[in-house]
Design a binder for this molecule. Structure first.
Ligand code: OGA
Ligand code: MN
Length: 230
């Protein structure tokens, strides 16, 4: 299978955050597979849109912050079991909660994410905490436009994972994004609406043909308000 690295067309973007400077390195963490694409014009459009609408900030938090966040996440899940029978089969081997309050040091991280990603736009006050067991996965889906605006961001904790985006109109356009643990990704606009997204299971998690060790993986997800676009 031919995989085209797209780093050559992706400029480096930097954003001045409150605490530090974060640099988008999605170009070295994604592959675009168009082997079975049906329309070269669409492929050209996708090459452009992934450079602006799919971002990855590596080492967004440090190991101490990671540990502090995970302590609070583990406390929230103390009495919750993993579920393997989601009603629409979109997700397996998971537990989830929505948190409105965090310990001050964790709240600070959540606020930095909001500031950097949403830049003052209204976003849900809730953080969706999603815990995938080692054998868990998220099947392809598009987040409901009823509850989520144009931007979704996730902080990837505990384990690396591969996120896959498949074009709604052409299943032959496939983008894989490698999410190292402690990284923050952002999907927005075309990638959010015109592609399904999924988090691959352990057995099918490959990056550049090498298996990715998928263990238990937690994501902290923030979404902007659909009202913001009206
Ligand atoms: C979701 C989802 C992605 C992630 O919960 O809708 O796509 O990174 N999660 O966990
Ligand atoms: Mn989703």
């Amino acid at each position: 299978m031919l995989r085209i690295p797209v780093h050559c067309i992706t400029p480096r973007r930097s954003i001045s955050g409150i605490a530090n400077t974060v640099i988008n390195t999605a170009h070295v963490h994604l592959t675009l597979d168009t082997t079975h694409a049906t329309c070269s014009k669409r492929v050209d459009e996708v090459k452009k849109c992934v450079t602006t609408d799919l971002l990855l900030y590596e080492n967004f938090i440090n190991p101490t912050q990671h540990e502090t966040l995970m302590k609070e996440v583990d406390r929230s899940f103390r009495r919750t079991k993993y579920q393997y029978d989601h009603w629409d089969g979109a997700i397996r081997g998971f537990r989830e909660t929505e948190k409105s309050r965090w310990e001050p040091e964790n709240e600070e991280i959540i606020e930095i994410i909001r500031t950097i990603v949403f830049a003052g736009e209204p976003s849900s006050p809730l953080t969706h905490v999603l815990d995938l067991a080692e054998d868990g996965y998220i099947a392809p889906h598009v987040d409901s436009v009823k509850f989520t605006g144009s931007t979704i961001t996730g902080l990837n904790l505990l384990s690396s994972a591969v996120m896959r985006f498949v074009h709604n109109e052409d299943k032959g356009i496939v983008v894989d994004l490698m999410l190292p643990h402690m990284s923050l990704y952002v999907m927005k606009d075309t990638v959010r609406y015109e592609f399904t997204h999924e988090v691959l299971g352990k057995d099918v998690s490959y990056w550049n043909r090498c298996p990715v060790t998928r263990q238990r993986r937690v994501s902290l997800l923030l979404r902007n308000d659909p009202m913001a676009e009206r």
